[in-house]
Design a binder for this molecule. Structure first.
Ligand SMILES: [Mn+2]
Length: 346
């Protein structure tokens, strides 16, 4: 089975001309960088460096600890960190090209958005989220059908002839993003070519079992008890166990010594209940007075539409998110209203 080319002839020419004369490149991920954002940016940066570019990888804020092992992660600049900010600003000022990977609108970078908008650099977006803001880059490679931005980076590098020289580290980054964005290939991953790509990555000598352990089995004991607590005490079922809401307060986080990423994936747990179609997580933000909303659904339940309509957000069909104002009790009522409004879809 072949790997189908991802870029049209016209896109290929556009991309090549965009890359041709640039020297200084910045690649950027979204706020709250996940395995895909980190993996895609690191692998794309690796490719650009192999083309002779000077590349700086920047994230708006730090990635969770379970991604620190990614080859190249130690050189990523986290803009919210005081000791990284000036270097990051310098790189953005100097850049001829800014690559935006794994998000579809500038505001997903939060405080970096106006800075990137004012920068002189041209912009390239590579992403798999639906409905990209078509004005935010000179070239937008948007493929909502792809399982991850890492899959897109692989396909682009492959099509541009950069696969043979791809080092094991970049292959590991790509595998990590594909794995994390599909819940370990348990959703959004029925395209047979995904597994052809994995076969290619394995030829680079990556240890996919170890990547899985690094990402999924590196919990603190506090985190395990935190999940158990939330599931036991803070989870409610609705509509005859077809929907669930879980809540996380700052108090809960303090009690279990919460660190960034500790609630990552928790919203998926209720979907393990037979017949469950929708899960909503409401978490008090640690910095701002807002409630962070995560929505997960199965089959034909449109999580993204629900998130757009009720949670000031959006996302993928089965995995979306948003934000609600304080207090948490009001957010719970909003979530309950959302469930009632979508009862016919449950
Ligand atoms: Mn992604």
């Amino acid at each position: 089975m072949e790997i189908t080319p991802i870029l049209s002839g016209a896109e290929m020419l556009q991309l090549m001309s965009l890359l041709r004369d640039v020297k200084h490149v910045v690649t950027l991920g979204h706020r709250g960088p996940d395995g895909d954002a980190m993996g895609a940016n690191l692998a794309w940066a690796d490719y650009l460096r192999r083309l002779g570019k000077q590349v700086t990888v920047i994230m708006p804020n730090p990635c969770p600890d379970f991604l620190r092992w990614l080859p190249g992660a130690q050189n990523v600049l986290f803009f919210s960190q005081d000791d990284h900010r000036e270097t990051a600003l310098d790189a953005i000022r100097r850049a001829d090209l800014i690559c935006l990977l794994d998000f579809n609108a500038l505001h997903r970078m939060q405080e970096l958005a106006p800075i990137v908008e004012k920068a002189k650099a041209r912009r390239l977006m590579i992403d798999h989220h639906e409905n990209p803001d078509t004005t935010c880059a000179d070239l937008i490679i948007s493929r909502p059908g792809a399982c991850s931005t890492c899959e897109l980076v692989f396909r682009i590098v492959y099509q541009l002839g950069g696969f043979d020289q791809m080092p094991r580290g970049a292959a590991a980054c790509i595998y990590c993003g594909m794995m994390t964005d599909t819940g370990g290939f348990s959703y959004a991953s029925n395209n047979p070519e995904i597994f052809i790509i994995i076969a290619h990555l394995l030829t680079k000598g990556i240890d996919k079992d170890k990547i899985n352990r690094n990402v999924n089995n590196s919990w603190s004991d506090h985190r395990l008890r935190f999940w158990a607590y939330i599931i036991n005490e803070k989870l409610t079922f609705h509509r005859a166990h077809k929907a669930a809401i879980l809540t996380i307060t700052r108090e809960d986080m303090k009690r279990f010594r919460y660190i960034r990423g500790d609630s990552e994936g928790l919203v998926n747990e209720p979907l393990k209940v037979r017949g469950m179609r929708l899960s909503i997580s409401l978490r008090e933000d640690t910095e701002k007075d807002v409630v962070r909303v995560s929505v997960r659904s199965v089959d034909d339940f449109p999580a993204n539409r629900l998130a757009e309509e009720f949670f000031n957000g959006g996302g993928h069909f089965n995995a979306a998110g948003g934000e609600l104002p304080f207090p948490l009790e009001e957010a719970v009522k909003t979530a309950e209203r959302a469930i009632a409004a979508y009862a016919d879809k449950l």
